[in-house]
Design a binder for this molecule. Sequence first.
Ligand SMILES: [Zn+2]
Length: 149
Amino acid sequence: MHNIYVDGGTKRQREIANKVISFCIKRLMPRARSIFVDCHLTKSMTDLGGCWLLDNNRSFGIELNTVSKTKEFIISLIHEMVHAKQYYTGELIEVLTKNKKGAIVNKIIWQGKDCTNIKYDNLPYELEAYHMQDNLYKEYKKYDKSNTI
Ligand SMILES: [Zn+2]
């Protein structure tokens, strides 16, 4: 059983978000049994969205900007769910570590490679998410047609 919680936004946006998240879990984490997603829809963020780990690699927090049109809203949610998949598989991990000066810093590791100093446009996990989001959107549209509530 997966647990999906969506709050904020309009009723319609919450319904869409629930469907998109269910689709992405089935499609991207087909063998997972208990995924937990806590998704917050908000107008008051500057980015399109964000995804982070909660207690373990099966539970995710997502924040999503609601100012975009429905298509962009769905695509940015799919994008964040690709990041959830990356955390789930362990391809993407974040570790707290000390730098040379002894300060605690957050390191982002993608497939064993430290990505902390790579520019956003070149981050391999972002490239994967951008690469996958459009095809997944097309698949989602088909899925949505055959699974109307
Ligand atoms: Zn991203």
